[in-house]
Design a protein around this ligand. Structure first.
Ligand code: TRP
Length: 351
C-alpha cells in the first residue's frame, strides 16, 4: 500500500442480478482499484435505500437482491479484507446528512439533473406523479459519498450528473459552514465498448426488462443458449456475404472479452480480434463459428465467477457476517462525519 490518502466509495442498487454489462462497466474496474491498493480505505455499498426510491412498493425485491448483489460482488473479487462491504439503510447517519443537504439544493437544480430527468421519463409508474424520495435521490447519493470522506468515486458515465451534483453540494456546504466536506472525483472506466455493453438482442442497453442480459450467475447452458440466439448483422445472410462488426453484439462482446489465450485455445487460425473481424467484414466467415468462439470465451470468463458465487451462496450466514462487520465499520466512519457536519452547522448543543 502506498502513502496516498485516497478513500474510494462504490455503490450498487440491489434491484436485480448483475450481468456482464455491470462486469465490464464497473465491477471489474472496482476490483482492479481494490487490488491496486492505492487507498487508505475502500467501501462497497449496497444501496438498498436508493433501490427503494423507485421500488418502494416492492420491498421483497430489494430485500432479496441485497443478498444476490452481495454474492455477485464477492464472486467477481470484492475482498472483504480490502473493501468494506455494507448495507446503506443500516447506516442511518446517511439519511440524517441527506436532510441537511436538502437545504443546499433547489428544486430547479434537481429537475435539470439529466439522469433523474431520463429516469422519470422512462418510468411508467411515475405517470401519476414523481415521489419526492426518488426526485431527491441525488442528494442522498451526495450523503453516501461525503459520509465516508470519499474523494474517489468509480462510476459509469450515466452517474456523472450525480457526481456533479454531489460536488456542488460539497462546495456550497463548505462555503457556507466552513471547510468540512471532502470534494469527490468521479473515475469512469476507460474503454468505450466497456462503458456500455449492448444487449444480446442488439439493443444499445443491457437491461433486465428487455430480457437481453447474460447474468453472472447464469449456468453454462443458459450462457450457451443466449449466445446461440444472439443478434448479429441482419444483412449477413450467407457465409460469403460481407458482415458488419461494429454494430454486431457478438463482435462487440468479443472485442471486450476475447484475450490472446482464448484465440490460442479455441481459434488458433486467427492471431487475434483484428484478423477475425477483418475476415467477417470481407465475407467468408459464418456466424455459427464466431458464436461458438464467443461461447467458449464467455464460458472461460464466467466459470470462475460462477464457481466462487456458488461457494458463497452455500454459506449465506458468512455473507451476512461480512455485511454486518462492514456495516459496523461504515457506520462509525459516517457517525464521525455527522458530528463534524453538525458542529459546522452549529447544531452541537450538548458538546
Ligand atoms: N446510483 C448508483 C447506481 O445506480 C448507486 C449509488 C448509490 C452510488 N449511492 C452511490 C454510486 C454513491 C456511487 C456513489 O448505480
Amino acid at each position: 500500500m502506498t502513502d496516498t490518502k485516497n478513500i474510494v466509495l462504490t455503490g450498487i442498487r440491489p434491484t436485480g442480478a448483475l450481468h456482464i454489462g455491470h462486469l465490464v462497466g464497473s465491477l471489474q474496474a472496482n476490483v482492479d482499484i481494490q487490488n491496486q491498493g492505492d487507498y487508505v480505505r475502500m467501501y462497497g455499498m449496497i444501496a438498498d435505500a436508493q433501490g427503494l426510491t423507485d421500488n418502494f412498493d416492492n420491498p421483497d425485491k430489494v430485500r432479496q437482491n441485497v443478498m444476490e448483489v452481495a454474492l455477485d460482488m464477492l464472486a467477481v473479487g470484492y475482498d472483504p479484507d480490502k473493501t468494506t462491504m455494507f448495507i446503506q439503510s443500516e447506516v442511518s447517519e446517511l439519511t440524517e446528512l441527506t436532510f441537511y443537504y436538502m437545504n443546499l439544493v433547489t428544486v430547479a437544480r434537481l429537475q435539470r439533473n439529466p439522469t433523474v430527468k431520463t429516469e422519470i421519463s422512462q418510468k411508467e409508474k411515475f405517470n401519476g406523479g414523481v415521489p419526492v424520495g426518488f426526485f431527491t435521490y441525488p442528494i442522498s447519493q451526495a450523503a453516501d459519498i461525503t459520509a465516508f470522506d470519499a474523494n474517489i468515486v468509480p462510476v459509469g458515465e450515466d452517474q456523472l450528473p450525480m457526481l456533479e451534483q454531489a460536488s456542488e453540494i460539497v462546495h456550497k456546504f463548505n462555503s457556507i459552514y466552513g471547510e468540512t466536506l471532502v470534494m469527490p472525483h468521479a473515475v469512469v472506466p476507460q474503454s468505450k465498448a466497456a462503458a456500455r455493453l449492448p444487449g444480446t438482442d442488439g439493443n444499445a442497453k443491457m437491461s433486465k426488462s428487455l430480457n437481453n442480459c447474460i447474468y453472472l450467475k447464469d449456468s453454462a447452458d443458459e450462457i450457451a443458449a443466449k449466445v446461440k440466439t444472439m443478434f448479429t448483422d441482419p444483412n449477413h445472410l450467407r457465409i460469403e456475404d460481407p458482415g458488419n462488426t461494429t454494430e454486431n453484439p457478438v463482435f462487440i462482446y468479443l472485442s471486450v472479452f476475447a484475450k490472446p489465450e482464448h484465440f490460442a485455445a479455441f481459434l488458433p487460425e486467427y492471431a487475434g480480434y483484428e484478423e477475425l473481424a477483418a475476415h467477417y467484414e470481407r465475407g467468408g466467415l459464418g456466424d455459427v463459428k464466431v458464436k461458438k468462439f464467443l461461447n467458449s470465451v464467455l464460458q472461460e470468463t464466467l466459470r470462475p465467477i460462477r464457481e466462487r458465487r456458488e461457494e458463497f451462496a452455500r454459506n449465506p450466514d458468512k455473507v451476512m457476517d461480512i455485511l454486518r462487520e462492514g456495516t459496523k465499520t461504515a457506520r462509525s466512519a459516517a457517525a464521525e462525519t455527522v458530528m463534524r457536519v453538525k458542529r459546522a452547522m452549529k447544531l452541537n448543543y450538548f458538546d
